[in-house]
Design a protein around this ligand. Structure first.
Ligand code: ARG
Length: 397
């Protein structure tokens, strides 16, 4: 029986070495390399060719940018998803999509296995494996980099043995993962918790101290919780996010330096730049504050943390997220309106809020003479509201 495998391919040293490794050490007869374009900005035709040069039988590139933003990025905004309260899951959200694409490609090329180049220490292997297991449990999962114990130079030597030119660019003192939702930098120098990142670590954001001296206002429009416009101009999802990444990044907004609790039990230090996603979430939270009643907000906020953890853990296709998405979806029908944010030297503040279905009623809250709030009901309300406490005190002294 021939073994047909589709490999998630990035063009990097490790996934390239996976191609001969799958064939010569793991028994693959037919290898499809699949590169997903999630907006990482790489030129993909050379990457497609590189997989063929390394021995893949077929090499495909899938443009999944729009799908990434609409099916993953914007739902995460509706959920205000921030893992550990900070990280907008830019890398994490990419993996269930890559997993979906692996399964779709496996079906298209009649493969019986999928493969990836993740090591055994990170979150990404968990997310990819879980996604494939939940979408098509009949597919075998092959992870060469979890099996080999190559050092960097051994990986290169192994590739060279099979005629693969290493193409090693000058090695950076850290590892980068980039897509349209954000950029992650980890490992190397960043592992030293006392090392303060130097400017060369960052690439999507200007240093706050070097950002323009004049603030900028930006108005984000939402329809039922989904971002639809910037400064009154309707934009396609991808353009909208790209526009906000550039604008907010230029004002030094969107940097995160955090300690992160990985699925595999270790703490790691991670740097992120996600100006557009963080801006969208900030605006969306504010629009919810204006359009959702307090009791709904009080239930939704803690569930957002549950949602974020489930995404982080790779459970995108599991029943918990399906249930949470149903809840989030039910809360979003009235979340339509515009929020203006002011960006200034790395900071953001809310400058204006408008919504057709605003629950902020001026006539109820104003101290002016036109107030319709009936103060005469307050005394009786407080009497009953204080009743349980008064009973408690009477019984317990
Ligand atoms: N630690 C982050 C996360 O788990 C980023 C992972 C980035 N992946 C990578 N292969 N560098 O979401």
């Amino acid at each position: 029986m021939t073994k047909r495998v589709v490999l998630a391919y990035s063009g990097g040293v490790d996934t390239t070495a996976c191609i001969p490794y799958l064939r010569h050490e793991m028994g693959a007869d037919f290898i499809v390399a699949m590169a997903a374009d999630l907006g990482q900005g790489d030129e993909l035709e050379p990457i497609r060719q590189k997989a063929l040069d390394a021995g893949a039988d077929v090499s495909v590139v899938v443009d999944a940018k729009e799908r990434f933003v609409t099916e993953f990025g914007f739902p995460a905004v509706r959920a205000n998803a921030l893992y550990d309260g900070q990280y907008p899951l830019s890398s994490a959200l990419g993996r269930p999509l890559i997993g979906e694409l692996l399964v779709e490609t496996a079906h298209a090329y009649e493969c019986d296995a999928v493969a990836h180049g993740c090591t055994g220490k990170g979150n990404d292997q968990v997310r990819l494996d879980l996604t494939v297991a939940l979408l098509d449990s009949s597919l075998e999962i092959m992870a060469p980099a979890r099996e080999w114990s190559f050092s960097r130079s051994e990986t290169i030597a192994y590739s060279e043995k099979y005629g693969i030119e290493p193409h090693v660019t000058k090695e950076k003192p850290w590892a980068i993962d980039l897509n349209i939702l954000g950029r992650n930098v980890e490992a190397g120098l960043i592992e030293d918790l006392t090392w303060e990142p130097t400017e060369e670590v960052w690439s999507l954001t200007t240093a706050p101290e070097a950002a323009p001296d004049a603030p900028v206002h930006v108005t984000v429009g939402f329809r039922s919780g989904t971002p639809v416009s910037v400064d009154g101009e309707q934009l396609a999802p991808l353009d909208l996010l790209a526009r906000l990444n550039t604008l907010a990044g230029a004002h030094g907004y969107g940097r995160i330096d955090m300690l992160e609790n990985r699925v595999v039990g270790v703490k790691s230090r991670e740097l992120y730049e996600a100006p557009g996603m963080l801006l969208l979430i900030r605006a969306h939270q504010e629009l919810e504050n204006l359009t959702l009643p307090a009791d709904v907000l009080n239930q939704k906020r803690p569930l957002e943390a549950v949602y974020s953890k489930a995404v982080y853990d790779g459970l995108w296709h599991g029943p918990l997220l399906a249930a949470l998405n149903a809840f989030v979806g039910a809360t979003q029908t009235t979340v339509t309106g515009e929020i203006t944010l002011k960006l200034y030297k790395g900071g953001v503040s809310v400058a204006a809020r408008t919504a057709e279905r605003s629950l902020y009623r001026h006539e109820l809250v104003t101290y002016g003479s036109d107030c319709t709030f009936d103060q005469s009901s307050a005394e009786g309300f407080i009497d009953i509201f204080s009743l349980p406490g008064r009973v408690w005190n009477k019984v317990n002294g």
